[in-house]
Design a protein around this ligand. Sequence first.
Ligand code: MSP
Length: 621
Amino acid sequence: MSSNFYLTTPLYYVNGEPHIGHAYTTILADVLTRYHRLFGEREVHFLTGLDEHGQKVSQAAAENSKTPQEHCDEMAVLWKDVWEKLSIAYDDFIRTTEPRHEKVVMDFLNRIYEKDDVYVKKYEGWYSVYEERYFTEKDLVDGKDPISGRPVEKREETNYFFRMSKYQEWLIDYYEKNPDSVIPKFRLNEVKGFLRQPLGDLCISRPKSRLEWGIPIPWDDDYVTYVWFDALINYYSATLKPPKGKTVTWPADLHLIAKDILTTHAVYWPIMLHAAGYEPPKQIFAHGWWLDKDAAKMSKSEGNVIRPLDLADKFGADTFRYYVMREMTAGQDANFSIDGFVKRINSDLANDLGNLYSRLAKLYHQFSWGKYKQSGSKQDNFEGKLTEQLNAVRDKVKNEIEAIRPHKAIEEIMALVRELNRYIEHWEPWKSAKIKPEATGYAMLEAIDCLDWVAELLAPIMPERMKLLRQWIKNDVHIPLKGLHLFPRIDLSELQIDEQNGNDAVNHGGSTVSDEISIEDFKHLDIRVGLVIEAKKIKGADRLLSLKVDIGNEVRQIVAGIAKSYNPEDLKGKRVIVLVNLKPVKLRGALSQGMVLAAVSGKDIVLLTTDGNVEIGVEVS
Ligand code: MSP
């Protein structure tokens, strides 16, 4: 029986919007899906979705003055929209509030209840609202939740418990016999270490008096199901009612998760399945975290704060996908930085790959190499090794993808790109086309064939642009892509425009509350009332205006990203609020010596001013 390759992401909580961590796992799943399709031994089925029950979601809804269902419905639209922007082509999107899931959870509960694997008990413990689970006294670190470091509260409740401990030996034995079922290997060791301690039973209910937002416990109206017990079952329930035209069977081949949810996936989940009479998943891959390493650099004081997903909006999904796949050694933690993003994109994509394309495209047209295409006479300028070499790269890429090392797969392909660039440099076709036109023509057509291989192999990472590139290659007349630039160089100053908007940096855990500062911190800011004496557009920068602002004792030039909201002529004579002691930066070649403050709501920007006349240069405090 050849079922399809079934892979999943976690179901993300809908208490916030997606950030780089969620995006990474989902892009990884999409990339693996596309590679498996490319190498195609089996059909692939890719599932993602949302975890919509539980206290966190119910709290987020209350904060937004929505019912939980309204909140979830709105968030589902937002999450799907982000996935679309990132070119995520899932086969199924499951929400835990869907009837197709709720029914299966209740059946699952009934199965283990009938087997007597559930009992009722009064329990007292330390509850973390953030993690939605109880901890024992000895679990706590400095009296706080040992995972999130957040406060815990003592609670006493009567609840239903699942006899997880009964299956501890079975699971230990299972991992002995199936050592590849959790990767990387060191994660399996963590799981085994965890299983050396006695495993407690799992509290699987929440009294409705405390939390109504959940799937009812089928045999007791006063309770709903613990959110993790509900959410994990999605991977199974999605197989019973897949979208029309799709088929998928249990067990899953691969659950992609990050290390934060290893225990729930590698301990609770296989035991739950085993108790209910189903097979465990074949493999779990736990990757590391995206970290904001150089906090100072990403902090407000440096003005260097950017939401990672904004990069995808600004530079296209493909460059963002490439960056996260290339930069993280899957399994380890990785550091996100804007600098790193710009360097990576400029060197690998603008320089190596982009140049390869634009050189070939330009010369192809200049020397009309198309005429050699039909003749059928081919020379192998790679000394007979071309096909062999390309096949070897393809095999290596396949191996790396099977081992979930996309960064290595990319390295293999980019090495080929660099080799092709060397090949062209060696030929110097811009010269040799004049001396030996035919031989040069054939050699360059071969290079274009190789570029097609490259594009095919990179398409799972960058589906949009590789499609364009392949269209150019396949097109007989090779109509050049607009502007000949596949990957324009990124200019760091373009990003500084956003820095002024004060967007959030990498945000693990979905909290949107800024760090608190003291009054002393605030005193470091020199803010004054200024008067605009001149305003003009900046050539080639449609969001920027260059202002001359009188700040009392001097006139400053300030570049502001307000051109979409203000005409230069309306600004002259306006009182503005200026952050005076901001380190000067060059934006699009113009020096900016300070920042005008504005209220920013989406695309609307409204300058701050004074309520009444005050002297120019007066301090704001
Ligand atoms: N709802 C649970 C999962 C239930 S699965 C049946 C949950 N949701 S979550 O929204 O918190 O998402 C956790 C997942 O998001 C991680 O496992 C990982 O896939 C991703 N990430 C969140 N922050 C991350 C980083 N900073 N870095 C990398 N990925 C992380 O837990």
